[in-house]
Design a protein around this ligand. Structure first.
Ligand SMILES: [Zn+2]
Length: 121
């Protein structure tokens, strides 16, 4: 990430790609550097939109979500996805029972509502 400033704006540049050496083998990998995340926030009682660090797990061939880099409004998130594409867009829905965001696996209550695994058990 680099920072620049002109007369009117702070300009933050996020590299589109990250790259590294293969864990197993002699090759190199390249992967998207960030993810668009929509997470239910119990504290805000609303959706929280972020651009978060993408952590490429080359040994699994999979992307892991890292920490948020920038928080956005819904409008800003939609504009950013128009520019970058929404192929790495992830949603963490709201648990219908406890109201917390759901990360990873979840189930339903049979009435179309998402339920976290803690509430199911
Ligand atoms: Zn729950």
């Amino acid at each position: 990430m680099t920072f620049e400033k002109d007369d009117k704006n702070l300009i933050i540049k996020l590299p589109l790609l990250q790259e590294g050496d293969d864990t197993y083998g002699d090759g190199k990998w390249k992967a998207q550097n960030f993810l668009f995340i929509k997470t239910w926030s119990k504290e805000l009682d609303d959706w929280d939109y972020t651009i978060s660090q993408g952590i490429w797990l080359d040994y699994k061939g999979d992307m892991q979500e890292g920490l948020p880099i920038i928080h956005l409004s819904e409008k800003e998130a939609n504009e950013a996805m128009k520019v970058c594409g929404d192929n790495l867009f992830t949603v963490h829905p709201k648990c219908h029972k406890c109201g917390k965001p759901i990360y990873g696996c979840f189930t339903g209550d049979g009435e179309g509502n998402d339920i976290c695994m803690s509430c199911e058990n």
